[in-house]
Design a protein around this ligand. Structure first.
Ligand code: NIG
Ligand code: FE
Length: 418
């Protein structure tokens, strides 16, 4: 008989998020989090081998003489959080922009003046590989401590080919060197660098960058900052169609600051996820629902832009759009690593229930990065990525905010943080 390496047992409440590995949960299914009381999960060789009540897992014979037992009584157990939208790889910071923001200078105006994304492009370019990795590792460690076990990571603070390749290579190295699994996205279309106009830079991305990025096999997704004044619908479509030709999967920053048909384009192209969507139109929302495009909502970014403007999450759920949640971790619009904070803001300002928010931060987030076969739920065969939360019930997760509810993080069956 093979025994489990690890059994977490006696959980007050275990949310398995089972049943949605084939397709993301939408509508009322987003509330179906698969609760087991007095729950237990067994992990062997990094993979989940049993999920049920403590009684059931014990009776199945998973507990042997060498099995490590963790008692989760009085605690909530969930899958590790999946953060499906981050710009976590960069050097430097932008706290100097706070005073501009407080004076009301718009985000895109700061970018036009050479600040914003372009200032992080400068500080990243000037940093050595080691400096970028050291700064990013610290953020990944914070993410892990706050329950994130898998994250997407975008390039996009390089903009020119060599720097973008360096960013993607560093993402791969960091993926190997620390506990949070990283899914790499090429986002050369993050801003137009000095010396280019949008059309010339789009040509450069399509003709020179994308073929090379694809040839090196360093990126799984391609993303574009589709926004009037950054990349138009036409440029975004050219870039994403070329990426699709080269077998990259597609994502889009859409309708963040202005309503300009981004959601409609996302649906037309059949991207896996459209992200931000604060200004998505009714027609755009309906189109996302028809195509099953996942809306990755980033409420910490809305909070930090401080304009009292949030995505219309309730209408999206109503329309049948599957929702995911992410930090958008970046040095400008969302300098945070905290999924628990995102869950709080999602409940208070997107008006999601704690159940919907948890679905959006786990199984639906896993779908948004095409990893739902491996992570996002506690089901037999999936990776043993599990959180023990020091809270008595699920309402407590968004309720008690601004500190860390995570007591222990299990990654592939091993204690990765406690
Ligand atoms: O998703 N919107 C564009 N990109 C990021 C911000 C990046 C930055 O400000 O450095 C975002 O909000
Ligand atoms: Fe972003």
């Amino acid at each position: 008989m093979v025994y489990a390496d690890l059994v977490i047992h006696s959980a007050q409440m275990m949310a398995t998020l089972r049943g949605f590995s084939e397709g993301p949960a939408c509508g009322t299914d987003m509330s179906e989090i698969g609760i087991i009381e007095d729950g237990a999960v067994a992990i062997q060789d990094g993979k989940i081998t049993a999920v049920g009540t403590t009684e059931e897992v014990r009776a199945d014979g998973w507990i042997g003489p060498d099995t490590k037992l963790i008692n989760a009584s009085g605690k909530v157990v969930t899958p590790g959080f999946v953060d499906p939208h981050t710009h976590v790889l960069y050097a430097g910071s932008r706290e100097n922009e706070l005073s501009l923001k407080l004076k009301g200078v718009p985000y895109l105006e700061i970018l036009k003046q050479g600040g914003g994304i372009l200032s992080t492009v400068q500080s990243t370019k000037q940093a050595s590989d080691e400096e970028i990795k050291a700064q990013t590792s610290r953020r990944l460690r914070t993410m892990l401590s706050m329950g994130t076990t898998t994250a997407e990571a975008k390039s996009g603070y390089g903009l020119m080919l060599d720097e973008e390749l360096r960013a993607l290579r560093l993402i791969h190295e960091l993926d190997q060197e620390q506990a949070v699994d990283l899914v790499p996205t090429f986002m050369g279309a993050h801003a137009v660098p000095p010396g280019y106009n949008e059309e010339r830079f789009t040509n450069y991305i399509v003709d020179e960058m994308l073929p090379q990025i694809a040839a090196e096999g360093l990126a799984e997704f391609c993303d574009v900052f589709c926004e009037p004044g950054v990349f138009s619908l036409e440029s975004s479509e050219r870039i994403l169609l070329k990426a699709k030709d080269l077998n990259l999967k597609l994502k889009m920053h859409a309708d963040e600051l202005a309503s300009a048909g981004g959601a409609e384009l996302a649906a037309k192209l059949g991207v896996i996820s459209a992200d931000h969507l604060l200004q998505a139109s009714d027609e755009g929302i309906a189109a996302l629902a028809r195509k099953g495009v996942i809306a990755v909502l980033l409420p910490a970014t809305s909070f930090n832009l401080a304009k009292n403007s949030y995505a219309r999450a309730r209408e999206m759920v109503q329309a049948g759009v599957p929702l995911a949640l992410a930090t958008d971790s970046n040095p400008g619009s969302s300098p945070t690593e905290s999924m628990p904070l995102v869950l709080t803001i999602a409940c208070l300002y997107l008006r999601l229930t704690p159940e919907e928010a948890l679905t959006a931060a786990t199984i639906n987030a896993a779908h948004a990065i095409d990893r739902a076969d491996q992570v996002g739920s506690l089901e037999v065969g999936k990776q043993g990525d599990v959180l023990i939360l020091d809270i008595p019930n699920l309402n407590y997760l968004p309720y008690h905010f601004g500190n860390n509810p995570v007591e222990m993080v299990i990654k592939r069956g091993k204690v990765a943080w406690s």
